[in-house]
Design a protein. Structure first.
Length: 115
């Protein structure tokens, strides 16, 4: 079973930046989309950013202009550059890869924005 492992989370001051990474332990066939989601306590899961197999990109409204999603050509690594962080960005970020056999989720990486 392919595993997705996120890294790069941590504690950062408001206005700071982080770079999140998601690495796949193997090949996922028929990838349709790769993306990042987050869920703050008491809130619904929110799309942060996604990129399709044909490189169409979507961003959640709250992160447009601040976050940037990229992936490698082999569809094995997904990255999220997050800039101008604010306290509302504090939560766990999850990596998703949607392939021919369904959704694969990572375990999440915590981002905490605090002074």
């Amino acid at each position: 079973q392919v595993q997705l492992v996120e890294s790069g989370g941590g504690l950062v001051q408001p206005g700071g930046s982080l770079r999140l990474s998601c690495a796949s332990s193997g090949t996922i066939p028929g990838i349709k989309v790769m993306g990042w989601y987050r869920r703050a306590p008491g809130k619904e899961r929110e799309l942060v950013a996604s990129i399709t197999g044909s490189s169409n990109i979507r961003y959640g409204n709250s992160v447009k202009g601040r976050f940037n999603i990229t992936r490698d050509r082999a569809f094995r690594t997904l990255a999220l550059q997050i800039n101008s962080l604010n306290t509302e960005d504090t939560t766990v970020y999850y990596c998703l890869v949607r392939g021919a056999w369904g959704d694969n989720w990572g375990q999440g990486t915590q981002v905490t924005v605090s002074s």
